[in-house]
Write a protein that binds this ligand. Structure first.
Ligand SMILES: [Mg+2]
Length: 420
């Protein structure tokens, strides 16, 4: 069977290891948009990760955020959003993505702590190494999620026992509560995990009865587009998708893949070798309508992103940009490119993506997210632009050396300086 492991409220569990005061109380890890990176006057203290420290990291780390006041208070305002909350906090209706101000209104006793991404990352790597000792094939899926394959190693009827023991051992060694799902396929296992939370084990042996009444939106990776389309066909539960298999077929490969995943017949392997690498940077900003200023900020974010990509040392193929408007609309665009990555390339692609996805040009923008990710190993470069891209890649490497030595703001694009 294939398994999926998901740490329960990981960042909070991690903070509780260091600070026992946070145990058994409503607690949350909050995050700031760090909007001061847009301020050309402020020399931010940024420490970038060393190469080889892995994939699941926000691109920029600020130090000196030790207290709630230092990190979340700006003037008389409480800034930031909830990244993760404890189950005690969730009982008050606190959710990921909620503003900290709102969370504190719902639960005045809530303890909110600043994030410590490097520490979470280290903890995650330790757990990864431990799982590799216990399970033949392990794939890290995100900072707090893993897939594993037990076939030929643990007999199906012994899976539950094995997983409960594994769960107990993880608690004992790492003090991290974890939930585990098991099924014949990866995505069914992942779905099962959501029914095992918190700190449970759920083994699915019979797919049809398991998915019959589960609402379609619970399925991992079902986007808003598919949700809308399925609802148009009157489909509410995963079980009902069987009635419209022909419709899924008509949606070509993505639709067919989704159908196979829902019914657990995708046959997708757990891939231990593949390091899925993805790095993003997002910032929530005060509403801005001026597109020139937005472009300037995209360039700054692209610079930070490019430096992280170079530092972590991978070759992105996927470039994505998403924006959120003040009225709540969202828009996103992405591009696949096999061109050699450089800071120039990221900047140019992101600016093009912005033109493509700015669907409400009269509305103010409140959030920008940029992301780069790799694909499966395949080296195909655009031959036409090859020489230019090679040159730009070398330039990015040189820029990285300078920035590592003299700081993120030691090299900038000229346009960044025209702050309004
Ligand atoms: Mg989790």
């Amino acid at each position: 069977m294939k398994i999926h492991l998901d740490l329960d409220s990981f960042f909070i569990s991690a903070e509780r290891i260091k600070n026992p005061v946070l145990r058994n109380i409503p607690a949350a890890v909050g995050g700031r948009g760090d909007p001061f990176i847009f301020d050309s006057k402020e020399q931010s203290k940024i420490s970038l990760l060393q190469k080889g420290q892995g994939a699941f990291i926000p691109s920029v780390f600020y130090d000196s955020h030790t207290s709630f006041e230092n990190y979340f208070i700006e003037g008389s305002k409480i800034r930031g959003i909830v990244i993760t909350s404890s189950y005690e906090a969730r009982r008050y209706g606190i959710k990921t993505g909620m503003s900290i101000k709102e969370a504190l209104t719902l639960c005045p006793n809530l303890r909110v702590v600043p994030p410590n991404h490097l520490y979470y990352h280290e903890l995650s790597s330790k757990l990864h190494r431990f799982l590799q000792e216990r399970i033949p094939v392990v794939e890290q899926f995100s900072i707090d999620e893993f897939f594993g394959d037990l076939s030929g190693y643990i007999k199906d009827e012994k899976v539950e026992e094995f997983l409960k023991e594994l769960q107990r051992e993880i608690m004992e060694r790492f003090a991290l509560p974890i939930s585990i799902g098991a099924a014949r396929s990866k995505w069914t296992a992942k779905l099962a995990t959501s029914f095992a939370k918190p700190q449970g084990v759920k083994v699915v042996r019979e797919i049809e009865s398991f998915i019959r009444d589960i609402p379609i939106e619970k399925f991992p990776g079902i986007g808003r587009g598919y949700l809308r389309r399925l609802r148009n066909y009157g489909i509410r539960t995963l079980g009902q998708t069987k009635e419209i298999q022909a419709i899924f077929d008509s949606w070509k490969l993505p639709g067919q893949t989704l159908y196979r995943r829902i019914w657990g017949v995708d046959g997708e392997p757990v891939e231990s070798g593949m390091v899925r690498k993805s790095i993003g940077i997002s910032r929530t900003i005060d509403p801005i309508s001026d597109r020139e200023e937005i472009r300037r900020r995209i360039i700054i974010l692209a610079r930070h992103l490019a430096t992280s990509v170079a530092k972590v040392g991978f070759e992105p193929r996927y470039y994505g940009l998403s924006i959120r408007y003040e009225q709540g609309n969202r828009s996103k665009a992405h591009r696949l490119s096999h061109a050699r990555c450089s800071e120039m390339l990221i900047k140019d692609v992101m600016l093009e993506l912005f033109e493509e996805c700015d669907r409400f040009p009269t509305q103010s923008i409140v959030r920008l997210s940029l992301r780069c990710a790799n694909e499966r190993k395949r080296k195909i470069y655009d031959l036409l632009d090859h020489q230019r891209n090679e040159r730009m890649a070398k330039l990015t490497d040189s820029a990285l050396k300078i920035r590592s030595k003299y700081g993120m703001d030691s090299l900038k694009w000229g346009i960044e300086l025209y702050s309004k």
